[in-house]
Design a binder for this molecule. Structure first.
Ligand code: MG
Length: 387
């Protein structure tokens, strides 16, 4: 494998730091060119120095001087503002762009990297949720490869390697999150701490809450739809609490391929940046004799309403998933702030989906308008519910 030059967008977050952990173990294989962070200046500076980055972007412009001062004695360029990422990711010094920022903000820089034909290690699932049609069409045009980082999608991608077969079914596995064994009624009283306490994965706050509501699986359903171009009826969600199988593909001869490993995000991250190669990784190995059994459970769609919301959204199509995503981002942030109970999350999303302005073939401008409108509707409904 020849050396790969990376841009890591969102380098101080959970996926970003784990990407750098992979890089640190194989300094001969990777070069860090660009690191970007929203506001964590101290970690961004530390990473930039340690990995001798060519440039950094601090998205919060108020913090530019602080970063610049900290890097004044280093040969590292400093930029401020999210907009500057768009041109930097197109640089000829970059081979792979790891998109690990949170939420809707990942869209523009990802589009920009795709336009420049970069390899995308896609960790920002919202990009495909809000603009899947546009993103995949643009990638097909520019020849940009989109390699999933999300563990389930990496599993599906790995299962498809070398196959020329028709897919009969994609089985998207879910851990079930921290509330798998709680009743629908119990969910009304769960706390932020409980929701953040995921049994299997260490993740950022947004995706942890999404896992607890199972909206994460809803977003992943839409992500899978765009990545693998399969009708949504062929994508099935199954709860597998041990998180050993990370998803499966069933072929028309009845054969099923599964990708398995102990849950460790560094594996799909590493595979995305080394693809099609595999290199060493010190994950804990599976011992099947100790594992005993693997469980599979049909998700309770009454309790986890987010699953049906996501199926409906992608079936309706157009800008519906974009509105769904925006409403979810507002609802999750409100829950994290302690403003609303956990069960208001799907309620807010459903309300927004019933009210937003539907567009069948949204342009990029339409996507931005939809995002804004859905956020406003979500905030309005949140205020109404609180009264
Ligand atoms: Mg996932």
């Amino acid at each position: 494998m020849s050396k790969r030059r990376l841009a890591i967008l969102g380098s101080t977050g959970s996926i970003g730091t784990q990407t750098l952990d992979v890089v640190s173990k194989h300094p001969d294989l990777f070069e860090v060119e660009l690191l970007t962070a929203y506001s964590n200046t101290s970690l961004l500076v530390e990473q930039a120095i340690k990995f001798n980055a060519n440039a950094v972007v601090i998205c919060d412009e108020m913090r530019y001087k602080e970063v610049q001062a900290a890097l004044v004695n280093h040969d590292i360029k400093v930029f401020a503002g999210t907009d500057s990422i768009e041109s930097l990711v197109q640089g000829s010094n970059i081979d792979i762009v790891v998109t690990a920022m949170v939420g809707f903000s990942g869209l523009k820089p990802t589009l920009s990297a795709i336009k420049a034909g970069k390899i995308i290690a896609l960790a920002n699932k919202e990009t495909l949720v809000v603009a899947g049609e546009m993103v995949t069409a643009l990638a097909a045009k520019s020849g940009s490869a989109i390699i999933p980082v999300d563990s389930e999608h990496s599993a599906i991608f790995q299962c498809l390697q070398g196959e020329r077969a028709e897919i009969e079914k994609i089985i998207l596995t879910a851990s079930g999150g921290p509330f798998l064994h709680k009743s629908k009624k119990d969910l009304e009283k769960v706390t932020v701490e409980e929701a953040l306490n995921h049994p299997k994965w260490q993740m950022g706050a947004k995706v942890s809450i999404d896992s607890a509501s199972m909206m994460n699986k809803g977003l992943e359903l839409i992500e899978a739809y765009w990545l693998f171009k399969q009708p949504v009826e062929k994508i099935e969600i199954i709860i597998h609490p041990q998180s050993i199988i990370h998803s499966m593909v069933q072929f028309t001869d009845g054969s099923i391929s599964a990708q398995m490993s102990t849950p460790d995000m560094r594996l799909p991250i590493q595979y995305a940046i080394t693809y099609p190669y595999r290199i060493d990784l010190d994950t804990a190995r599976i011992d099947f004799t100790k594992l005993g059994k693997l469980d599979f459970i049909v998700p309770d769609r009454e309790k986890f309403r987010a699953i049906d919301i996501a199926y409906k959204s992608i079936t309706k199509g157009g800008n519906t998933p974009c509105a769904m995503n925006a409403a979810n981002e507002i609802a999750v942030a409100s829950f994290l702030n302690g403003e609303i109970p956990f069960t208001y999350i799907p309620e807010i999303i459903e309300e927004v989906i019933s009210k937003f302005h539907y567009i069948e073939k949204p342009t990029l401008d339409n996507i931005y308008e939809t995002d804004l409108q859905a956020r406003e509707l979500a905030i309005k409904h949140k205020i109404k519910l609180k009264k």
